[in-house]
Design a protein around this ligand. Structure first.
Ligand SMILES: [Zn+2]
Length: 394
């Protein structure tokens, strides 16, 4: 029945806790109605919208930021990675391309476009591309792991070549507003319907204000990509927190931000908070020591912490799925699961202007069915629906 025209799924609606029958027709939700007479299996299943991740660099060993690799394996990596991501409950995502030389970014954009053109599932999952760099701060700390040699000032002509290679898929750009030309670049992005996000920045409060004035709408992984030590106030974290025009994304993997920071950002931003995984290619792989082409020897722990093998205090990227972040947020904020899940569904959809992330009549049937253990505050995904096609996980 995976591709059937019309069928029904049954379980508890995460937002109402009521037993429901969801009728799927032609890949869309035709109706959601109260249901009774559940069997034992249905009794323990919950239904929610599929997750939307605005920042994924790689997953399950597949890297979107490859260098010196022919086009065919690059396209293959996008296709295989998308399927691995889908199995974690993320039904929509933004492949994220980071700072690199012009040609490498061009190749990464081309690979994503070709993967979308060749594979209908990838095309449905990729709702946009996130370009994170190269127009970032070159300072150690704010720059994070982005290679200094390729950090530069914004250049619209260059950007449009990448946009063309992507098939107009770039919908989110992270940049540092203090770079010369950044404010007019943000205005150009806005004119083209692209979301500008402040990130990897050491901007002054005034520069952050000017970015918001120009139309920037988000802070990328607020609290990370920063100096290890900052003046107590003012500083660019306070300024972004206080700027009501900026939404914030956070990496709530349990390693990048302390629970107290998550709590404060959540209290300040309220319904303008978005979870992202920022997953690197080692995410979803078994624990162990790995050799990487950028970071050298890294260790992935059972907990999902990815650290430098020779300096365990240093993180080497994020390595869990967005659903793991949702569960961490649920525990860290002592909130309910539905509230945490909204930060990874309807919120990013609202920010970007996507129709996904909603469980309502007429919406595409992008849904997850899962078991929810309230004692351990954990979930186990059993099925993922993408445009009505069922992918059984376990
Ligand atoms: Zn980053």
């Amino acid at each position: 029945m995976a591709n059937g025209d019309s069928y029904e799924i049954r379980g508890r609606h995460l937002f109402t806790h009521e037993p429901v029958a969801v009728r799927i027709h032609d890949g869309k939700i035709r109706s959601i109605s109260a249901a009774g007479g559940f069997d034992a299996r249905e009794e323990e299943l919950w239904i929610a919208p599929g997750l939307i991740d605005l920042q994924i660099n790689g997953f399950a060993g597949y890297d979107l930021n490859l260098s010196g690799v022919p086009m065919e394996p690059r396209v293959e990596a996008v296709i295989r990675m998308s399927r691995a991501v889908l199995r974690t409950g993320t039904t929509t995502f933004f492949p994220t391309i980071i700072t690199a030389g012009f040609e490498q970014i061009l190749d990464s954009m081309t690979a994503i476009r070709l993967a979308c053109e060749q594979d209908p599932l990838v095309d449905r999952m990729v709702a946009g591309i996130h370009l994170e760099g190269p127009y970032l701060s070159e300072l150690d700390g704010p720059r994070g792991a982005h290679p200094k040699a390729h950090i530069k000032d914004p250049d619209w002509t260059e950007f449009m070549k990448w946009q063309e290679a992507s098939g107009n898929r770039i919908k989110l750009v992270t940049l540092a507003p203090e770079r010369p030309g950044a404010i007019s670049f943000i205005e150009q992005l806005v004119r083209h319907g692209i979301v500008a996000s402040v990130g990897h920045t050491a901007a002054s409060p005034e520069e952050i204000g000017r970015a918001a004035e120009a139309g920037a709408r988000m802070s990328t992984h607020l609290g990370n990509g920063a100096h290890p030590q900052l003046p107590r106030h003012p500083n660019y974290i306070w300024s972004q927190l206080a700027e009501d025009r900026l939404w914030a994304s956070v990496i709530a993997d349990g390693h990048h931000l302390h629970a107290s920071v998550l709590k404060v950002i959540s209290a300040v931003k309220q319904d303008r908070l978005v979870l992202v995984s920022d997953a690197v290619h080692l995410a979803g792989l078994p624990p162990g020591i790995y050799n990487t082409h950028v970071g050298g020897r890294v260790e992935l722990l059972e907990t999902g912490r990815l650290q430098m093998a020779d300096n365990p205090l240093l993180l080497a990227g994020a390595a869990v799925s967005l659903m793991d972040c949702v569960q961490h947020m649920y525990r860290a904020l002592e909130t309910d699961l539905a509230a945490a899940l909204q930060m990874a569904t309807v919120r990013p959809a609202t920010l970007i202007g996507l129709s996904q992330g909603r469980m309502e009549t007429g919406a595409m049937a992008d849904l997850i069915l899962f078991r929810w253990n309230k004692e351990t505050k954990s979930v186990q995904i059993r099925q993922v629906l993408k445009h009505g096609t069922i992918h059984t996980i376990g």
